[in-house]
Design a protein around this ligand. Structure first.
Ligand SMILES: [Fe+2]
Length: 456
């Protein structure tokens, strides 16, 4: 079969065997960012039929790396080698460079390659979504916003896949506190595709950050009709619904959601582990008896995966599940793994310090837990995740300070936590009111209540 330069749906040149192959590739990209089921099987079939499809090999490599585990690396490397052996245009070469850097765990070089693509080809949806998605996990929210804002002028209603730009832009804007822009973009994306999970997610974050609990419950309860038609990302939306119900202290419903949707069975998928451990911890901090079996379900996954994970925000969650279920040697193996990778990775080294603190907290050593978490307090965000996910760090520190009976420290931590929601004059006003209520926290019950956002 002869190779030819063929144009994709957004007018970008691809080295591929036929326009039919490119149409299938375009559809795959669309379905990946809509979190549809069965995409990987279709990508495998495409590669089997068109083994010389350079960017399809890179896409497969990206998909494998997105799993965030070491055992996916050999297969990703194999696809990189196949891609490198094929003729490719400059844009495809840069994608190979990004994958190569990813395998080398060089996040700066990876970002630089995607950045270069977007400078020259701002409609490269694959580069845009991979770049913003990974920046989220390196914690650079400002950079994430810069990337989507930087290409915004090139995208419009007439651009195929515009909704995928809008939903990425919405979330990037939400994480830097531009809630009006975020909400408008998320709603526009939802008007184009009402089941766009990434747009729903961005809008849910706006509601979460603005304490619009009722709207959050309505949005995600309505989405419940179709969430389970989508891939595992759906669990994170169920988690957000759980948090809205949590804010209303509807703990029985939260536990029911945990068992049915958030973490129904042992899963090593990093988001599932994060969602599950963080939800159980938050419930326990409110005095809810979640039992040991649910932690055990998580620990089973952590036993399999904690020393494979390369998505460092997950590590503390693994350690929490292992420590909470009494797996002392598995906690130590995880810490050893993080310590060893940490010699060459500042993120892994930080993950080690936070995991050490998390383990101390669950091993009844609140003084050490608090001290170690405070030592890196201003760097917690470097492991990525949203403000809402990162709130777990603050909650653990508050609970550790409570156990130490240190109410001044509890109040200071509660106030520091509130600052994640200060972005402008209006949010400052909200902060002032909440801050005054924190000053009235004089016992453990009030401190626990203050951890629920609806009480702030
Ligand atoms: Fe989220």
């Amino acid at each position: 079969m002869t190779r030819a330069d063929i144009i994709d749906v957004r007018g970008l040149s691809l080295s591929a065997a036929s326009s039919a192959a490119v149409e299938r590739f375009d559809a795959l990209i669309d379905d990946i960012y809509y979190y549809r089921l069965g995409v990987q099987d279709r990508l495998d079939a495409l590669l089997q039929e068109f083994p010389e499809f350079v960017l399809a090999h890179v896409l497969k490599g990206y998909s494998l790396m997105t799993e965030g585990t070491l055992d996916a690396h050999p297969m990703a490397r194999a696809h990189l080698l196949l891609a490198e052996a094929l003729p490719a245009n400059p844009r495809e070469r840069l994608h190979q460079e990004a994958l190569r850097a990813w395998l080398a765990q060089d996040s700066s070089a990876r970002a630089a390659a995607w950045e270069q693509i977007l400078v020259e080809w701002p409609l490269d949806l694959l580069a845009l979504r991979q770049h913003t998605g990974t920046l989220f996990w390196t914690g650079d929210k400002r950079h994430q916003a810069e990337v989507t804002a930087g290409v915004a002028g090139h995208w419009g209603r007439e651009t195929p896949g515009y909704g995928h730009f809008l939903s990425a832009h919405a979330f990037a804007m939400e994480e830097i506190g531009l809630y009006v822009v975020a909400e408008r973009c998320a709603r526009e994306a939802l008007a184009l595709q009402p089941q766009d999970l990434w747009a729903l997610h961005g809008l849910a974050h706006v509601f979460e950050m603005q304490d619009r609990v009722r709207e959050g419950i309505d949005l995600l309860s309505d989405a419940a009709r179709f969430l389970n038609d989508y891939n595992l990302f759906r669990g994170h939306l169920w988690w957000h619904l759980s948090l809205f119900k949590f804010a209303q202290a509807r703990y029985d419903e939260v536990l029911d959601l945990f068992d049915r949707e958030v973490y129904p069975k042992s899963s090593t998928f990093y988001l599932d582990v994060q969602n599950g451990a963080s939800l159980l911890a938050r419930l326990e901090f409110q005095g809810v008896d979640v039992g040991l079996a649910r932690w055990e379900r998580l620990a089973q996954a952590s036993l399999r995966n904690a020393t494979q994970s390369t998505l460092w925000f997950t590590s503390m969650h693994h350690v929490m599940a292992l420590a909470r279920s009494g797996r002392v040697s598995a906690v130590q193996s995880t810490l050893d793994y993080l310590s060893s990778v940490g010699t060459g990775s500042t993120q892994a080294a930080l993950a080690h310090d936070l995991a050490l603190a998390g383990a101390a907290f669950y091993q009844d050593k609140p003084r050490e837990a608090l001290e170690w978490m405070l030592a890196v307090r201003q760097r917690h965000g470097e492991l990525g995740a949203s403000h809402v996910q990162q709130d777990l760090y603050d909650q653990i520190m508050v609970m550790a300070a409570l156990q130490l009976g240190d109410l001044p420290r509890v109040r200071q931590l509660l106030k520091a936590r509130l600052t994640t929601r200060i972005w402008d004059a209006a949010t400052w006003q909200a902060y002032e009111g909440r801050s005054r209520r924190v000053d009235e926290v004089h016992d453990a019950a009030a401190a626990r209540a203050a951890l629920r956002w609806d009480m702030n």
